[in-house]
Design a binder for this molecule. Structure first.
Ligand code: ATP
Ligand code: MG
Length: 310
């Protein structure tokens, strides 16, 4: 079907900005003024960071999402448009508010506070399925933030498979911490599951990532577990793979997971060997950590090209 497809990949998910305030003090006190040392207002949200960086790897991306009728939504659109992703199916919800994530990083950790905005209101009925299925692959991230869509995500993946697409899911964290089993209704139609270590353990209900890998590998054809600076491990049935991340001084790990997904799927949809998908995913994840925010390193074309060709 590739000769008829309009897109290499369709993304369904949220679109908002990240407000990153650097220089978190040791303690945050009520009713005191604390000074940040730096600030970035940059494209945020897992789905949008993924779509942006995947498009900049020279892929045709169709992005299905929703924004509110406010200046934040316009800023999101303008920034994502620069990547070349198609935004014709980003719905504008009149009188509603686009979401925003405030991130307070310190060393390797960060506080993350998200106001979901319209991302939690987008429903299955808001999607143009013909448009979404005009692609070779469907990727969905932040499963637990898509509150209105969530009950019908399994149906979306099932129909995508029926239409001949391959599929991937990066659940990201569950802000409610419940990790309810309905996610497995969707996972049964997923070809590549892309959690980080902590998420893999929560999904599988296991203490360690090795046990989680064992359990989850029975549920999906290909399981890829992201392990930050340690790189990645993967399971395809009984076969195990491991790939170390490049050794670099990370500036900021926001969006590293979504960038990994972009690099990995760039190779996956071209039929590359798993080892090559993992290597390229690690390179893309590491690239993302070389600049602040989730998309800044990708936006610098010279830097991006040099890093990915190293
Ligand atoms: N410090 C680092 N050095 C090199 N590579 C890194 C570093 N941190 C992350 N990466 C790369 O990025 C990938 C994803 O990182 P991580 O495990 O943090 O994902 P995540 O928790 O899903 O991230 P996100 O917060 O974006 O959702 C890693 O597997 C690795 O390839
Ligand atoms: Mg992640």
């Amino acid at each position: 079907m590739s000769s008829e497809t309009q897109f290499d990949l369709s993304v369904v998910g949220e679109l908002n900005l990240d407000l990153v305030l650097y220089g978190l003090p040791e303690t945050l006190e009520f009713d005191r003024e604390h000074l940040a040392t730096d600030l970035r207002l940059t494209l945020g949200s897992s789905s949008a960071i993924f779509a942006h960086n995947f498009a900049l790897l020279r892929n045709r991306v169709g992005f299905s999402s929703a924004i509110g009728s406010d200046p934040l939504g316009d800023l999101c659109l303008a920034r994502l448009a620069e990547s070349g992703a198609d935004l014709s199916r980003v719905r504008h919800f009149a009188g509603r508010q686009t979401g925003l994530t405030v991130i307070l990083p310190r060393k390797k950790e960060r506080y993350i506070l998200t106001y979901p905005g319209v991302m939690a209101e987008m429903r299955f009925e808001d999607l143009d399925l013909d448009y979404i299925f005009r692609a070779r692959h469907l990727h969905l991230s932040s499963y637990f933030l898509q509150r209105a869509l969530r009950p019908r995500v399994p149906e979306l993946f099932r129909l995508a498979k029926q239409a001949g697409l391959t599929t991937s899911l990066d659940t990201n964290d569950d802000p409610d911490g419940r990790w309810e089993n309905d996610v497995f209704d969707a996972i049964q139609f997923v070809d590549v599951l892309l959690p980080n270590e902590q998420e893999a353990c929560r999904l599988a209900g296991c203490e360690d990532s090795i046990a989680a890998a064992e359990k989850l590998s029975e549920k999906v054809p290909l399981l890829v577990i992201k392990r930050g600076a340690k790189g990645v491990l993967a399971r395809k049935g009984k076969e195990s793979f491991e790939a170390a991340a490049p050794k670099i001084d990370a500036v900021d790990t926001i969006g590293a997971g979504d960038s990994f997904d972009a690099g990995f799927l760039h190779q996956f949809i071209r039929g590359a060997k798993i080892e090559d998908c993992l290597r390229y995913g690690n390179l893309a994840g590491a690239l993302s950590t070389t600049r602040q925010g989730g998309t800044e390193a990708f936006r610098d074309a010279a830097h991006r090209t040099a890093f990915l060709n190293r």
